[in-house]
Structures are given as C-alpha cells and as structure tokens.
Design a binder for this molecule. Structure first.
Ligand code: S3P
Length: 171
C-alpha cells in the first residue's frame, strides 16, 4: 500500500510549510531531501553547489531518495529539482502518492525573495531565471504528479485540507 505522501514542485511553492503541517495532521514523519543532504555531507546547499557543482548535488539527491524509498509513513518534502532524474520519481512512486504544488511566477518570486539560500535563484535576473526553469521543468513535474494543486493565493491550511481530501478519496 502507498503510505507515503510526496510533495514536489518548484522552489517557493510552499512545499515545506505544507509538508510539515500535513505530517502533523496525519501523524506521519516529515522528511526533507534537502535536510537529509545537508546532514549527509555536513554542508549547506549553497556550498555544495559552489564547491562541488550541481551535478554532485543531483547525485546526492539520488542517494537520499534511494534511502527514503525504503521507508514508510512519511511526508516527503522534495527539493525542486528531484523530478529531473526519473529514477527518483520511479522510486518515490513505489510507496507514495505524488502531489505537485504550483504557483504563479509572481508568487514564487515574492516567496523566494526572503530566502537567499537557493543558489539557482541567486542570480541578477531572478524573474527570467524562474521563468526559464519553470518552462523547462513543467513537463517533468506534470509527468511525475498524481495530483496537482495551484497554491497561488491559497493559505497553507487550505492547501493541506485539499490534500487531506485527496488522500481520503484514495484510501
Ligand atoms: C532546487 C531546489 C531547492 C534545493 C536546491 C535546488 C531546485 O529546494 O534542493 O537549491 O533545483 O529546484 P526547494 O525546492 O525546497 O527550495
């Protein structure tokens, strides 16, 4: 049975707040792929990108997803680029319902402005970069998702209520 809930989506679409709230509501364990990577190599995400490069970061994502795919009763908060390697999606699908959170470019920029620790958006023209990454990634997100929720203008508890309805309907 699929007893994990996997939250995917672009940076700053609300994954972390939603996943924490949802885990609490369902009595499941919250787990973040970014936090697992930070613990594994004892280095901040920014520094991994800077010193070892994005390719190394993606390898680390594959390693932590492999470990996560053996675990049960989780709400998994995935880094925005997890879907870029299909092996991650295939492993997450084995035990999890995959929920995609989306948001407008404007809200992504608003929400990410206050968190400069995202190396991919730490560029001069964050709007252009966000638009370009979203265009490239859209098919990856859509192919991976069982369900998609547009979080633009929604509060965390509204998003969680929708997810709870979806999860109940699938039970
Ligand atoms: C990334 C998203 C980040 C983090 C890293 C790369 C991405 O996680 O994994 O900076 O490629 O979209 P969040 O989506 O939680 O910000």
């Amino acid at each position: 049975m699929k007893n994990n809930i996997v939250i995917i989506g672009f940076m700053a679409t609300g994954k972390t707040s939603v996943a924490r709230y949802l885990a609490n509501e369902l009595g499941k364990k919250y787990i973040s792929t970014d936090e697992m990577i930070i613990k594994k190599v004892n280095k901040a995400i920014n520094l991994i990108f800077e010193e070892e490069g994005e390719t190394r970061f993606r390898e680390l994502e594959i390693e932590v997803i492999k470990a996560i795919s053996k675990m049960d009763n989780l709400v998994v908060d995935c880094g925005g680029g997890i879907v870029l390697n299909w092996i991650n999606v295939a492993r997450l699908q084995e035990k999890g319902i995959i929920i995609l959170l989306t948001a407008s470019v404007e809200q992504i920029l608003e929400r990410s402005a206050s968190s400069p620790e995202r190396p991919l958006l730490n560029v001069q023209d964050a709007k252009e970069k966000t638009t370009e990454l979203l265009r490239f990634r859209k098919p990856f997100y859509e192919r991976a998702a069982d369900v998609s929720i547009d979080t633009t203008n929604l509060k965390v508890n509204d998003i969680v209520s929708r997810i709870l309805e979806i999860v109940k309907a699938k039970d």
